[in-house]
Write a protein that binds this ligand. Structure first.
Ligand code: GMT
Length: 375
């Protein structure tokens, strides 16, 4: 099959899922064409069946300060679909990708290009709900030939927020358990954490991730348990969190590593993962932690209960309940047997339910169904 994939090329979850999906499809024998404004950050392999097509927005004085990326993307999608004879176009994150795909389909009226939109989270729960984008997001969803959501919760939110009856297939995010596993890495030594416990957080540091809760939890834990915190990612709340560490004299215990590419080594050496988000449609980084045998403490928000089973592979707590999170963190970090038992349970769930080998064929079957359905 010849598949076009459009995503945000940054370190965000939707870009990660889209890239891993494309790589897995190419390894399975499909031709995959990524179409975006930059090479996706996780596209760090050379594969004969993977191509990247860069979207450039030609500058023109009248376009300042709003160059029409959506239109340039639609044009590139139509061009790639026509010349590469794409069977299907799969866009990740509804805004503006579903609209560009819809336009590309109109441009290629004779070729009957089908497109699928995968909803990831904030395209539905935050930005897509904003009045300024709601009608266009709903339009993009309803005009898609197929729609998938990464969790049952996100499917329900979409139907509710957009008052739509569009059929939505739930295909969860996935992980490669041969890559995300316990790692004998030098990372603890590098961070100077001899016998100390390692706590990890990975995100884009946006307000929805509540990274100040991560700081508050760690400040409480560090008082009682020799431990260090690794903060992976970058974003608007980083400065505030760094200032907190300076004020609390935690600078030598908290490491802001930025957007590091190979997070599997960091996760695989961690003892605990924290994800205190306000809302989370799925929680890709939490799944990668589970696969790495790391217990997760998260909020009982959004789709997180679909992968974190309270008291089995971690703990689920109310949003903002920092004291309870700190108590549970100390419980796990001070009881090696509990930490290991939870770690093993997390990996089992990741391998059984969210294995790349199980989930990617679901996408492929969905493509086949959409391609063979009447226009
Ligand atoms: O909003 C973000 O944090 C980034 C966003 C994205 O689309 O890049 O992440 C969303 O998609 C991920 C992949 O499906 C999910 O694992 C995240 O839970 C989801 N984020 C939120 O719902 C906040």
């Amino acid at each position: 099959m010849k598949i076009g994939i459009t995503c945000y090329p940054t370190f965000g979850g939707s870009g990660v899922v889209a890239t891993e999906l494309g790589i897995a499809l190419a390894r399975g024998g499909d031709d995959v064409h990524f179409i975006s404004y930059a090479m996706p950050s996780r596209l760090n392999i050379l594969h004969e069946r993977v191509r990247f097509h860069e979207v450039t927005v030609t500058p023109y004085p009248l376009f300042d300060p709003y160059p029409p990326y959506t239109l340039a993307l639609a044009t590139k999608m139509a061009e790639v679909a026509a010349y590469e004879k794409l069977d299907i176009l799969h866009v990740h994150y509804a805004i503006p990708h579903a609209i560009s795909a819809y336009l590309a389909k109109q441009i290629l009226a004779g070729q009957s290009l089908r497109f699928i939109t995968t909803l990831h989270g904030t395209d539905i729960t935050l930005v897509g709900r904003d009045e300024s984008y709601l009608p266009i997001t709903k339009f993009g969803i309803e005009k898609s030939d197929g729609v998938t959501a990464v969790s049952r919760w996100l499917k329900e939110e979409t139907a509710k927020n957009f008052a739509t009856e569009k059929e939505i297939e739930v295909i969860p995010n996935f992980v490669d358990p041969s890559r995300f596993k316990r790692h004998d890495s030098d990372i603890c030594r590098m961070l100077g954490a001899g016998g100390e416990k390692l706590i990890c957080h990975v995100s884009n540091f946006r307000p929805v991730k509540r990274i100040m809760d991560v700081m508050q939890v760690f400040a409480r834990v560090a008082r009682k348990i020799p431990s260090r915190l690794i903060m992976v990612g970058d974003g608007p709340d980083r400065s505030k969190a760094e200032a907190f560490c300076r004020d609390r004299r935690l600078r030598d215990r908290v490491f802001f590593l930025g957007n590091v590419p190979n997070i599997e080594e960091l996760l695989g050496a961690s003892d605990l993962f924290l994800l205190p988000s306000d809302t989370e449609s799925f929680g890709m980084a939490a799944l990668e932690a589970l696969a790495s045998e790391v217990p997760v403490i998260a909020t009982s928000a959004g789709g997180l209960p679909e992968l974190i089973i309270d008291a089995e592979n971690g703990y689920l707590l109310p949003v903002g309940d920092i004291d309870a999170m700190a108590d549970r963190a100390m419980e796990i970090l001070s009881d090696d047997a509990l930490r290991k038992r939870m770690g093993i349970a997390g990996r089992e769930l990741a391998v059984e339910r969210f294995n790349v080998a199980k989930v990617v064929p679901c996408y492929r079957q969905f493509y086949e169904r959409i391609i063979s359905s009447p226009p």
